[in-house]
Design a protein around this ligand. Sequence first.
Ligand code: PLP
Length: 456
Amino acid sequence: MRYISTRGRAPELGFCDALLAGLATDGGLYVPQTWPSVSAPTTGSYADRAAAIMQPFIGSEIDAPTMLRLSREAYSSFRHPDVVPLVQIAPEHYLLELFHGPTLAFKDVALQLIGRLFDHVLSQRNQRVMIVGATSGDTGSAAIDGVKSCNNVDIVILYPRGRVSDVQRRQMTTVDAPNVHTVAIDGTFDDCQDLVKAMFNDAPFRDANNLSAVNSINWARVMAQTVYYFTALQALGRSATFSVPTGNFGNVLAGWIAKQMGAPIEKLIVGSNSNDILTRFFDTHAMQMTSVVPTLSPSMDIQVSSNFERLLFEMNDRDGGATAQQLDAFRAQGKMSVEPDQYASWIAPMFRAHRSDDAETLAVMKRMHNDHGMFVDPHTAVGIASAEHCAEPGVPTITLATAHPAKFPDAVKQATGVEPPLPEHLSDLMQRTERIVDLPNDLQAVEAFVAARQRR
Ligand SMILES: *Cc1c(COP(=O)(O)O)cnc(C)c1O
């Protein structure tokens, strides 16, 4: 399998190079040259089926026994025997619980595997990388946990001091591993992100320190997320619609790809919070940027959904030049429209969308607790509300439950009056020792810190 850039001007790569590159050199995102059709095995553990579903994307670059071993190692870190259990909440409505991994959010599904893929490829090539990233909460802890045992990877995660929850911070700062460094920046999340971008744009620094990224545009993350669409439909035993609480469009894109690979998916419901660039796109057929407002579901507080670029590339019949032009205009004008025929062929038959504001989100959380004695986190609640708005009679809906309620205790308490308990393996999180470095919002200081942390 070869990988091409959505902007058409970067070299084609194999799976391992696309994995390590993340972003293409022309600023585009890597996609496979074709969508393989897959007949997912119906027996075996989640890890075994995952390895088989992903193998066509990897080809011969990692052999099947090795892929099986890496997949088994990755998913043994999940605390549920089904890894991602399907739970019924209404006659035609199910939750797919994606939060049984080490850091309690669905990002573990991809990042537990990616850490192991990185380490495998790097050790074969006798290379090392330094992963740097910025986090507003969930990504940082999932990335740290995914690479904490990797011999060939160091990681520095920047977070805005005082602006992530105690649980989120402690999930990062209490990991005691020589290759993990959590840095509190005196600034906002945007400041952290700007520092990371500046480090990547500093070519001599980037090359001298072998910088790498595992953000949500990395192809392997999307790939790993296609798996649970197949396994959920197998558990259900019939076709279904999925409702996906969305930020960067990564998770819902994985559903669209699973459908291209042959999964019997009816429709994909795109759930947004008040940061509703996607909902407005479905209403107006135009993407228009606005500023970000903070909500109860912070992992979906985004201005632009970066993974939408991969769908846009398909809508342009895989014309990278046309896609690049459209995105340049979007950056310049803050707005981009798609043609009516593009919308009619690619969007209308497949997607539905709903925006859930904080009041509706809290109401869903409260109702789930009253009616089912069940805590749901605010992101999952956006997915449930969207499913209820967009579901069609006679078609079952599976809502992706993207975080454990204990990851967002304040919102859960606000909705239900009760604080959800942390699961067993994290019950002593608040007593563990933290390791934090404080740095100013200053590129030189951060670069000096990163350079000194590289193990040679
Ligand atoms: C990251 C995240 C999302 C959004 O996922 P995307 O792939 O960016 O759409 C939703 N819920 C939770 C809990 C998350 O951590």
